[in-house]
Design a protein around this ligand. Sequence first.
Ligand SMILES: [Zn+2]
Length: 493
Amino acid sequence: MHETVRKSNENLLSDVYDTPRWKKIFGPPTQTLERIGVQLCVDGMTIHKRKELKSSKPMHYVILSLPPRVRYKSTYMLIHMLVPHHLKGQAVKKYYDHAAVEMNELHRDGVCGVKVKLYGVSLDTPGRRELLQMQSVTAFYPCPHCLHSAEPGLRGQVFGGFRRYLPIVSPWRQKFFFYKGQKYEFRNVEVRGPAPLRTDESVRMMIGMSRRDRRPFMGHKGEPLLSKWVGVDWESSMCDKMHDLKCFVEMLLKGLVGRGSHGMYKAWKRDVNHRNDCRAFGIFKDFQDGENPPWRLSKQAIRLLDMRVRNIWWPHYLERLCRDHHSFWTHSEPMYKSKHKSYILFVLLPTCLHGFVAAVHNAILMIVHALRQLDGYILSISESMAREVRPGSHVADKTKVAQWGHTLVRGLVLLEGSFPVSHLNPALHHLVHYGWQTARGGLLRWVAMWSFERNNKRMKRLVRNTGTRCESSLAGNLLPLLGYSLDRSIRSV
Ligand SMILES: [Zn+2]
């Protein structure tokens, strides 16, 4: 009973048990084991090495009631079922409805008095769209958490609008403003208030409207796949830090570097479109007149930044972000993992970019500072003892979380005012919700998809590893058969 015996401080978030959401679902800690909290994830993965072969979506859980040192290890994670990847809509909902029979019984009655309750759901952007039966992240209503809408652009929709989350009297809502000597420009004066959050009541109403009109209504297409699960509310869908930051870093680097000769930089050809956008929106006058983009690093700057990264003395256990005398500034291949991109955002961009693209650098500094605070910090041993938290755990001050969430929005506004607005990734909007989601459900690192992706890798290895032929053969035959037999059993029910 880790939850009962662990140390805690009422002013600090040091584990999910300190959050208002855990207290609402599970109540106070109990002396005997009466309930288990789990975090669900459904994520697609290719079973075989060839991508054209059918893939599968394992539905698995992290058991949050276990101590943090073991709960994220693959050995202690549970796999509930494998859903065939190609099924959509009602064809896939029957699997979730079938699983609901088992999960509802565990939720209401449990086993020997021990109930199993769902704390939250971790999903990447396409996965969340499918599970919640919503339109794509590039639709007019791109956000599953609030009613924020995209704005019209020259070639489609643009996904800015971060200023609407500022206080209504903020001077940063104007068409332009100055911050630390840099000018930030926007297409108009922002007069909209913050978009209202989606709640269980409003979502129910919107789904009813979409069903009546037989077309999407405010982003909703139909009933969520977990609609028959007892205890699953709209708030259980949480932002996934891993995928959000990965998209953010790729977007930033492409915009900063522009056209290159290797990796993801090879495909860049958006400068003409961005110049047309700036003319239409009346921003960045020099760029309209043919100057280089103000967010673009010069060739000499990229060479210098490349040299800075290549000259880093990398610690022994840290993977080097340069390969064959090239860093990620010129070749995107060295940063193939999500954790590489996270390291680039939190450590390398704030430090390396000193002296270049000052307006964007200001935005990155503010965003990273807020993200670091929302990610929590580790106290020293003596401080952990004094404040009664588990040594080594990430903690965040409950009273300051809202403040850091607001700082994060200000950083996003700076980025919108110094970067081409049509280049902003729609998933960047999720960062607006990090503040209240951290206050409500705890640090997003506790529910991020890193552990689930590792478990996917373990399952893939079971199929692909030719060293253990018996296990591989068994798993290779079982993976497709499981989906088939489940399908048949559902039909017979
Ligand atoms: Zn939103």
